[in-house]
Design a protein around this ligand. Structure first.
Ligand code: APR
Length: 262
């Protein structure tokens, strides 16, 4: 029995579903990075209980007080720069290698899935390690001088486009559209998968939160991995109420065993 008293057979059931699946899609949220030391948003010690999103994560806030917004993202960048992927991220990277077709969709901007080795990450809310120009929209990938530009009090990073555009982190703010191609890919994967894993998300921020429901209504088996109940829990076919850094490696161990015996 796991410490939550949950019988371990739910791991076996989920592993068997994955072993029999042609196509699997996973949606991750801030919870998968919790065990790396990255705060979530809506838990008691979450970011939105310490900061006000309307002051930090929207365009109006940025245009009216860019220094304040840059200061906050600079703090988050430094925090993310000091953390590493945890066994939950690594387990999903291995799942991509073990399965015939696996799509990882994330709401996280912390780049930890890439660092863990997942090759194809569908980033719905952007990536904090990229910068983009608020005026011309050009995106600067990590490693470019413009992406490395960070906030210094009083000197805001400006784009080289000549339109005096301010650089900002390439993350989706409240009220902004999600990247079209990423969202279209995520819907397609949710629509066509046999198993959908919802990992570490409160499943309350749409359109990302619509993906598990879309998958379920299209006939997928819905699995939730989250130590706490969410809006999704009642509709999930399997619920593993454990931290993903413990649950996912356990599922992968079972799946590997199944694959060696079949
Ligand atoms: N393993 C798995 N899940 C966990 C863990 C863990 N170790 N620790 C916490 N969780 C769960 C919490 O129970 C919660 O349900 O992670 C979830 C985090 O929920 P939120 O803080 O709401 O984060 P998320 O769902 O990613 O938010 C979605 O909202 O503010 C926006 O853009 C932001 O991408 C974010 C979006």
């Amino acid at each position: 029995m796991t410490k939550t008293g949950q019988t371990r057979d739910v791991y076996q059931q989920v592993a068997e579903r994955l072993a029999g699946a042609e196509r699997v899609c996973a949606l991750t949220g801030a919870g998968i990075s919790r065990e790396s030391g990255v705060p979530t948003f809506r838990e008691a010690d979450g970011l939105w209980n310490r900061f006000r999103p309307e002051e930090l994560a929207n365009v109006d806030a940025f245009l009216s007080n860019p220094d304040r917004v840059w200061e906050w993202y600079s703090w988050r960048r430094k925090l993310i720069g000091n953390v590493r992927p945890n066994p939950g991220h690594s387990a999903l990277a291995e799942l991509e290698r073990l399965l015939p077709h696996f799509a990882l969709v994330t709401q996280n901007v912390d780049n930890l899935h890439r660092q863990a080795g997942t090759r194809d990450v569908i980033e719905l809310h952007g990536n904090i390690l990229r910068n983009k120009c608020q005026k011309c929209g050009i995106v600067f990938e990590p490693g470019t001088p413009e992406a490395e530009m960070d906030f210094e009090p009083g000197t805001l990073p400006v784009c080289t486009c000549g339109k005096e555009g301010l650089l900002r982190p390439d993350v989706v703010w409240f009220g902004e559209m999600l990247p079209e191609r990423a969202l279209a890919r995520a819907w397609d994967e949710a629509q066509s998968c046999d198993v959908f894993l919802s990992v570490g998300t409160s499943a309350v921020v749409f359109p990302a939160a619509g993906l598990p429901y879309q998958a379920k209504s299209a006939g997928a088996v819905l699995v939730e991995i989250n130590p706490n109940r969410t809006e999704l829990t009642p509709v999930a076919d399997h619920v593993i109420s454990e931290p993903s850094g413990e649950a996912l490696p356990e599922v992968i161990d079972r799946l590997r065993a199944l694959k060696t015996t079949t």
